[in-house]
Write a protein that binds this ligand. Structure first.
Ligand SMILES: [Zn+2]
Ligand SMILES: [Zn+2]
Length: 158
């Protein structure tokens, strides 16, 4: 897979890949679809549905929900499950394969790429269990550095 670069989330290459995905699924590019894609593409952080709706404020909620539904089905968007909530981001087709650390306190999400050694261990587990793995998801939850600092300063106060 080819990527323009790690930090560019909104370039022509991304957009042509997006148009290609629609075409492959015999879907046309509507103004709403283009807007939702551009919003997700220009945000480096995954967005909640409410945040996405706020960015697309000229579009009604139902259309945004419907668009995301289609995008998930045809592999443009991935859903990151955070307990009973979720956030949305462009799929691995647009970003390099990665996973997330998410903060239980403030909801911040930090990306990480797993080391090769971890992948080898996962392959071993699959082999032992006689399983053919097609994809995997790793989610690490806890407290981000900012929230740790806030909690520590709170504890120091009398
Ligand atoms: Zn992975
Ligand atoms: Zn936090």
């Amino acid at each position: 897979m080819q990527f323009c670069c790690n930090i560019c989330y909104n370039c022509n290459m991304h957009n042509s890949k997006y148009l290609e995905s629609l075409k492959l699924n015999s879907l046309s590019n509507t103004a709403v679809r283009q807007l939702v894609f551009s919003v997700l593409s220009s945000n480096t952080q995954p967005l909640s549905m409410n945040e996405l709706i706020a960015f697309c404020n000229k579009v009604d909620r139902v259309s945004v929900y419907r668009t995301i539904d289609i995008f998930e089905k045809i592999g443009i968007v991935s859903r990151i499950n955070l307990g009973w909530k979720y956030k949305l981001e462009l799929s691995d087709n647009f970003k390099e394969h990665h996973h997330h650390l998410s903060c239980n306190v403030c909801g911040a999400i930090v990306d990480f790429e797993e080391p090769e050694t971890l992948n080898r261990e996962l392959e071993k587990i699959a082999l032992i269990k006689n399983f053919i793995v097609e994809q995997h998801a790793l989610e690490l939850r806890g407290t981000c550095i900012d929230c740790q600092i806030k909690q520590n300063t709170k504890q120091l106060l009398p």
